[in-house]
Design a protein around this ligand. Structure first.
Ligand code: HEM
Length: 181
């Protein structure tokens, strides 16, 4: 996992819980990098789970919830960091359609060692889209946060249903239904 993702995570922790908490979770998780992440470096993704586990214990928020909130936070930094992907886009469905074939493809060009999930996206009708997430990293909760924040970014209201297609979380089906008032 790229250092920039770790750095985003630690800046979320700092913003929400303060610098001492950042220090403590790095210390307690006994990770090899000791939290010294450079944006372009690549680090074992289990360090992310170790940090999330310690944070969860410390602030008493479930790990799944923390990964979801991190997805929401990360969406905004991705959006600000890579505005080109959002130019001229009018809806979250347009972004979801682009993730697999355009956005993550560009990410791989920038960072050839990036470890990305795959998404199979299907527009069922104008109000409904399905996305099948696949990744050995099992970060469906993070994906859910990214999806939720993207919907919010476009001022849309939608219901997002998340269903594990593999019990271990490596394959997840999202069904996104727009709600119109
Ligand atoms: C709502 C749209 C998006 C979704 C659902 C999505 C989903 C994900 C997920 C779930 C991961 C974690 C890796 C895994 O599960 O295997 C990931 C990683 C990543 N995504 Fe996306 N993504 C979205 C948009 C973007 C955008 C706009 C960018 C901007 C460039 C981006 C850049 C990245 C990067 C840099 C990583 C980390 C790769 C690594 O650390 O090796 N994503 N994405």
């Amino acid at each position: 996992m790229k250092g920039l993702v770790f750095r985003e995570f630690l800046s979320m922790v700092e913003k929400e819980y303060g610098y001492e908490t950042v220090d403590s979770i790095i210390e307690l998780s006994q990770i090899h990098s000791k939290g010294a992440y450079t944006r372009v470096g690549t680090y074992p993704h289990h360090e992310m789970f170790a940090l999330v586990e310690q944070l969860s214990k410390m602030v008493d928020v479930p790990e799944k919830r923390l990964l979801y909130l991190f997805g929401r936070f990360a969406f905004n930094s991705f959006r600000k960091g890579y505005p080109a992907f959002f130019e001229g886009k009018k809806s979250s469905f347009e972004i979801f359609t682009d993730v697999e074939g355009i956005i993550h493809v560009e990410v791989l060009k920038l960072y050839p060692e990036a470890e990305l999930p795959t998404f199979e996206t299907n527009l069922v009708n104008n109000n409904e889209m399905t996305m099948v997430y696949r990744s050995s990293r099992k970060m469906g909760d993070f994906a859910e946060g990214l999806i939720a924040e993207c919907i919010q970014h476009f001022n849309e209201k939608a219901n997002v249903e998340k269903k594990d297609l593999e019990q271990n979380g490596s394959v997840v089906l999202f069904t996104i239904r727009m709600m119109h008032e």
